[in-house]
Design a protein around this ligand. Structure first.
Ligand SMILES: Cc1cc2nc3c(=O)[nH]c(=O)nc-3n(C[C@H](O)[C@H](O)[C@H](O)COP(=O)(O)OP(=O)(O)OC[C@H]3O[C@@H](n4cnc5c(N)ncnc54)[C@H](O)[C@@H]3O)c2cc1C
Length: 432
C-alpha cells in the first residue's frame, strides 16, 4: 500500500477511535442451535434491540460478519443531532401537518433519550452537549440560515443563534465561510467508546454475541426461521435485520431499499493544543450547508482535527480516497498544509429513497435502518423501539412505522445512479 507524502510515519488506514478502543476480542462462543431472537448486525441498532429483548427474558443472539461494532458504529464522526434529512415543510407536503410534526418531534426527542441513556448507564464516552456550528458556504445559504432561525415552525422551535461572518472567528478560524448558525443542543461523543459501553450492557443482559459469523441465508418454516451462517445453522423465533449500509443479498427486500454511500474520514497527527484550539475555539461539532456533506471537530483530547466528507462514491480503500479528503480539509483550513495525516478510514452509511429512516416488519422479519448518515442517535433509538415493538410493548409504536419503505424499479442494491447524482449536487453546491 503506497502511503502519501503528507502522512505521518505511524499512519494507519483504520479509524482513529480504534487506537483507544480496539475492536473487542470477545471470548469464543459456539453458535447456539436455537434462540428466541436472532439479531443480524452488532452496531448501535442491533445492540439496542438486543438489550430490550434480552432484558425482557427472551434468549437473544447477536451475530456479526466481522468484529463487534465493526460497521459504522465504531467509525463515525461522533456528531449527534437528532435531525432527519427532510425538514418540516417537505414532510408536510408529503404526509400532512400532524404526521410531519410527529416525525420531526420524535427524532428530536431521540436526542434527549440518548443523553439520558448514556448518563443513566454511566457510559464513559466523552458525551458532551457542545453545540454545532453550521457554516454557510455562500451568502445565499447564510440568508437561508437566518430565515430558518427567525421563522421557526410553531411547536418545533429550537435554540438557534445566528453568527455573522464578521463574528465567526469565535467559532472557527476559516475565511471559507460566510457566517453560520449555532445549534446549541447538538452533542458530540467518542463513538467507539459509546459502542464499547453499550456492548458491555448487552453482554450483562445475557445476550450471546457471536462475531465473525455472517448470515448467509434465511428460510422460514411457519413460525420459525432457520438461518444459515458461516458458523453453522441457527433456528430463531424472531429475526432482526440491523445491517444498515452493509445490508446484503441475504435480506433482498431490505437491500432493495437501502442505498449504501461511502463516508470518509481522516485524523491529523496531534498538534500543540493551542494551535488546535485556535482552529475551532468554541470546540463544537461542525458541518456546512453544502449538499455534499463535510463534517469536522477536534478530537476529545483537543489536539487533532477529525475531518469527514463524501469525497468518493464507491471507493472502499481509504488510502486512495485520502488526497481528495485532505483537499477538502485544506480548502477550509489552508493553515494545516504542514500538518500530517495519521489516520484515514471509511464506512458505508445507509440512505433511503425518501431520506427517512425506517423500522417495521416485512415477511415476519423485523428491521430498522436508513439513518442517512445521522445514526448515532437514530440507530440507538430505533434499535430500542424495534426491540420494544418485537416484545409487543404498549406505546412502542413510532411515527416512523408509517411512511412506506420505498424502492425503485430495477434497483437491487447497487446504486448505479449515484455518480450522476453526486455530480449534480456538486454543481448545485457551486451555484446555490
Ligand atoms: C465515516 C462515517 C461517519 C459518520 N458520522 C456520523 C456522525 O458524525 N453522526 C451520526 O449520527 N452518524 C454518523 N455516521 C452514521 C452512523 O455511524 C450509522 O448510521 C450508525 O452507526 C448505524 O448503526 P447500525 O447499527 O444500524 O449499523 P452498523 O454500525 O453499520 O452495523 C451494521 C453491521 O452489520 C454487519 N453485517 C452486515 N451484513 C451482515 C451479515 N450478513 N451477517 C452478519 N453481520 C452482518 C456488519 O458487519 C456491521 O457490523 C457516520 C458513518 C460513517 C461511515
Amino acid at each position: 500500500m503506497t502511503v502519501h507524502s503528507f502522512c505521518s510515519p505511524d499512519f494507519k488506514a483504520e479509524p482513529y477511535w480504534w487506537d483507544d478502543t480496539p475492536r473487542p476480542e470477545l471470548p469464543w462462543q459456539p453458535l447456539p442451535d436455537d434462540t428466541d431472537v436472532l439479531v443480524i448486525g452488532s452496531g448501535y441498532t442491533g445492540l439496542h434491540c438486543a438489550l430490550q429483548t434480552a432484558s425482557a427474558g427472551r434468549s437473544t443472539t447477536v451475530i456479526d460478519a466481522e468484529d463487534a461494532g465493526w460497521g459504522c458504529s465504531s467509525r463515525n464522526g461522533g456528531q449527534i443531532s437528532g435531525e432527519i434529512k427532510p425538514g418540516y415543510a417537505e414532510l408536510r407536503r408529503r404526509y400532512g401537518h400532524d404526521a410531519a410534526l410527529a416525525l420531526v418531534q420524535e427524532a428530536r426527542a431521540a436526542l434527549e433519550w440518548l443523553g439520558e441513556f448514556v448518563a443513566s448507564n454511566g457510559i464513559e464516552c466523552e458525551y458532551r452537549q457542545c453545540g454545532r456550528f453550521l457554516a454557510a458556504h455562500n451568502p445565499r445559504q447564510f440568508r437561508q440560515l437566518v430565515a430558518r432561525a427567525r421563522q421557526q415552525t410553531p411547536g418545533l422551535e429550537q435554540p438557534l443563534r445566528i453568527v455573522e461572518r464578521r463574528d465567526q472567528a469565535n467559532e472557527i478560524d476559516s475565511d471559507y465561510y460566510h457566517g453560520g448558525l449555532v445549534v446549541e443542543h447538538h452533542c458530540g461523543l467518542d463513538p467507539a467508546r459509546y459502542h464499547r459501553g453499550l456492548l458491555r450492557l448487552v453482554e450483562e443482559s445475557g445476550t450471546r454475541v457471536v462475531t465473525r459469523c455472517a448470515a448467509l441465508g434465511i428460510q422460514r418454516y411457519g413460525d420459525v426461521f432457520r438461518v444459515e451462517t458461516s458458523r453453522g445453522t441457527i433456528r430463531a423465533r424472531d429475526i432482526v435485520v440491523a445491517t444498515n449500509g452493509y445490508t446484503g443479498t441475504v435480506t433482498p427486500w431490505q437491500r432493495r431499499r437501502i442505498i449504501p454511500i461511502g463516508s470518509y474520514m481522516l485524523a491529523t497527527e496531534p498538534m500543540e493544543a493551542a494551535r488546535a484550539e485556535r482552529l475551532m475555539p468554541a470546540d463544537r461539532v461542525y458541518s456546512d450547508t453544502r449538499r455534499i456533506v463535510v463534517y469536522f471537530r477536534r478530537s476529545p483530547d483537543g489536539r487533532r482535527v477529525l475531518f469527514g466528507g463524501r469525497v468518493s462514491v464507491f471507493e472502499s480503500d481509504p488510502v486512495r480516497s485520502l488526497p481528495a479528503l485532505r483537499r477538502e480539509l485544506l480548502r477550509i483550513f489552508p493553515q494545516l498544509e504542514d500538518v500530517r495525516i495519521s489516520h484515514s478510514w471509511m464506512g458505508f452509511v445507509g440512505y433511503t429513497f425518501d431520506t427517512l429512516p425506517h423500522l417495521g416488519m416485512h415477511d415476519g422479519i423485523h428491521y430498522a435502518m436508513g439513518y442517512c448518515g445521522s445514526g448515532i442517535c437514530l440507530a440507538s433509538y430505533f434499535g430500542n423501539r424495534l426491540g420494544l415493538q418485537l416484545l409487543g410493548k404498549a406505546g412502542a409504536t413510532s411515527a416512523f412505522n408509517q411512511p412506506k419503505f420505498q424502492t425503485r424499479p430495477l434497483y437491487s442494491g447497487k446504486p448505479w445512479f449515484l455518480a450522476t447524482a453526486v455530480r449534480y449536487y456538486q454543481l448545485l453546491d457551486r451555484l446555490i
